[in-house]
Design a protein around this ligand. Sequence first.
Ligand SMILES: Nc1ncnc2c1ncn2[C@@H]1O[C@H](COP(=O)(O)OP(=O)(O)O)[C@@H](O)[C@H]1O
Ligand SMILES: O=C(O)[C@@H](O)C(=O)COP(=O)(O)O
Length: 426
Amino acid sequence: MGVVLGAIADDFTGATDLANNLVRSGMRCVQVIGVPEAPLTLEDVDAVVVALKSRSCPASQAVSESLAALDWLQAQGARQCFFKYCSTFDSTDAGNIGPVSDALLDRLGAEQTVMVPAFPINGRTVYQGHLFVGDRLLNDSGMQHHPLNPMRDADLVRVLSRQSSRKVGLAPRQVLAQGPEATRRHLDALSAEEVCHVICDTLDERDLEVIAEAVVDMPLVTGGSGLGQVLPEQYRRRGWLAEVTEAGRLSPSGGSALVLSGSCSRATLGQVDHFLAHHSGFALDPLSLDEGPSHLQAALDFARERLADGGPVLVYASADPDRVKAAQAVLGTERAGQLVEAALGNLARQLVVEGVGRLVVAGGETSGAVVSALGIRTLRIGEQIDPGVPWTQVPLEGDRAPLSLALKSGNFGGPDFFTRAFEVLP
Ligand SMILES: Nc1ncnc2c1ncn2[C@@H]1O[C@H](COP(=O)(O)OP(=O)(O)O)[C@@H](O)[C@H]1O
Ligand SMILES: O=C(O)[C@@H](O)C(=O)COP(=O)(O)O
């Protein structure tokens, strides 16, 4: 039946998060890392998610990479395009959500899109255009301390208006409560007023269903993975999807177990503490990494020794806001991040060669760095560990079992995620 949905994700954990929800809703989905250079066989594939690392790069680069992804997805026949960004709307006044959405709209010749970051099962909801994480407004959720894109304003209409010269409007809950027809009429009325970007309130899955029904014919939709839970049903109703029984099952895993964490988000910090209460870990320090190779070598030696004892092992740069700020004050934000990402990427490359077969990576940027360091091009999506985080698999050379890889968004997962993840693997 061909590719129905073509998605462009601005980071790698976000891509697996969306792919996970699509698979769970019955779409056969492939996740590719960057725009594929070689032709890809997409028989029996309903959705393709192109994972970019475009959340925190300069806006011009994010735009050109996203347009390249769109061109490729359209060449594969995708009927609808989905720009996936973070459920906490991670961005800065310079972008990249606004500039990328504007460029995608232009390329598609479309006049309007919706912005649906909500992911209710993980506590991300939107009311009167304000984003909540659990019972806290975004700017009081921990995200105000994010190392790369601190989110200090929960009013998404205001946030997006700073990133785009186009008009931003709101589809409020009161309209959604009246159903898909009323929502469509509201979108049309906003369109007549030249409102290009419509932030959608969303309190729960029912709101998501209403939005999905109202926007299924839009060339471009944007948001978090919540919308990915409900769009497949709309495609099915239009007869665009074949019935499948099992969209995601993985092969048996093998090899030793490693966790690499570069996320400083609140949930990850709790997961690191929980892990360290039961197993051993090595704390990477950006300032020491900057001094020369010995700190990274010490991390490698530590991991090798503990992996030989049976693991699992954790190597983490995750640190509380004060320590992050202290490192950034000396090194600059970008360099501090790059040192950590390069170090974790190096560790992954080395330790996978030496026998790690089950790898959890925490953090979106961090996952981008690790997946790039491992040279991975496509991922198979498998069982969910926690909402938004599936196990994925990548073939390894020789007769080794495939590498099982979980890319965990910073704020996703329960406190015991780093240990429980290995228990749910086949
Ligand atoms: N101790 C630290 N000091 C400064 N920056 C850090 C530190 N630890 C991690 N970082 C950087 O912070 C960023 C975290 O982003 P990311 O990996 O996307 O996590 P999340 O998913 O929680 O947003 C990465 O660029 C990482 O390299
Ligand atoms: O939508 C989400 O919250 C995630 O899919 C996501 O993008 C999270 O990004 P990171 O926290 O940077 O991993």
